[in-house]
Design a protein around this ligand. Structure first.
Ligand code: PAF
Length: 282
């Protein structure tokens, strides 16, 4: 391990290390099993901040009872090597007992924005995300925090929470990183078997189909949703969970596309649930 990268587990270790870091401090919150998408967040933070902290914590409260908490991929030695190579100053790896002691009973909940899309499909998910991110913000006290556009609703919800709770933190949302064939990078891609991995490009193809229709002048939201669902339904290994064409700020479903519009979807490949999105009108 380079002597430049401090590893902390307890809150006491974190606070001691935090005091050594120059401002502004950029935080990249993660659940580990890092890929080039995470590293692009670290690189952006490095470019904009005097020091960079990364948290690694597979947050149990954002997983539903039937979701993949137990099987969520982990590779701590690999993660630490990537972070060291990327020039990170501090890695905080709290335990579940530190984050959620037995008498834990305080939650952070964003209302309206968490109702549709991922919030509708994954009840309680965003309550877990906002609670843990608020705890990370309080413990680490960064000036900036970096999130990926791949989780578009998560980014919007965290922005809302940061504003509503007056955290003095700038939220920076970074572009989706894709594999060469267009698949959005995700730790969950590790679950795909070779056939599913090949079929998984269908999400990107569906977004491209809607984008092409938009570029050709289509503004009817149902037609754009149809272009996406036709593409997904043509792939036998894919099962569409939801498709959305929504206002990028309110996340409300649209009839007609006028301003910035979020196209998004969740699709199952076998047992693996993947999400992807694209913003029209940027
Ligand atoms: O995007 C993620 O990896 C997680 O939702 C986050 C923001 C680290 C909170 O656990």
């Amino acid at each position: 391990m380079s002597k430049g990268m401090i590893l902390a587990t307890t809150l006491e270790e974190l606070r001691a290390a935090r005091g050594l870091l120059g401002a502004p401090l950029g935080l990249v919150p993660t659940m580990g099993y890092l890929h080039a998408g995470h590293i692009s967040l670290v690189e952006r933070a490095r470019a904009e901040c005097a020091s960079v902290a990364v948290s690694i914590f597979v947050n149990p409260t954002q997983f539903g009872p039937k979701e993949d908490l137990a099987s969520y991929p982990r590779n701590l030695p690999g993660d630490l090597k990537l972070l060291e190579d990327a020039g990170v100053n501090l890695v905080w790896m709290p335990t579940a007992e530190i984050m959620y002691p037995p008498d834990f009973q305080t939650w952070v909940n964003v209302e309206g924005l968490t109702s549709p899309l991922e919030g509708a499909m994954r009840p309680g998910h965003f309550r877990g995300v906002t609670t843990v991110v608020a705890k990370l913000f309080n413990a680490i006290q960064p000036q900036k925090a970096y999130f990926g556009q791949k989780d578009a609703q998560q980014a919007a919800v965290i922005r809302r929470m940061t504003h509503d709770l007056n955290f003095p933190i700038e939220i920076v949302v970074c572009p989706i990183k894709r594999e060469a064939d267009g698949l959005a990078m995700s730790s969950r891609n590790a679950y795909l078997n070779p056939a599913e991995r090949q079929a998984a490009t269908v999400l990107f193809c569906a977004l491209n189909a809607a984008q092409a229709a938009y570029a050709a002048g289509e503004r009817n939201a149902d037609s754009l949703r149809q272009a996406m669902s036709d593409t997904i339904n043509a792939e036998p290994l894919a099962r569409l969970q939801y498709i959305s064409c929504a206002d990028n700020d309110s996340l409300e479903e649209l009839k007609t596309v006028t301003g910035k519009t979020l196209l998004s979807m969740a699709v199952y490949l076998g047992k693996t649930r993947l999400i992807d999105n694209f913003i029209l009108g940027e």
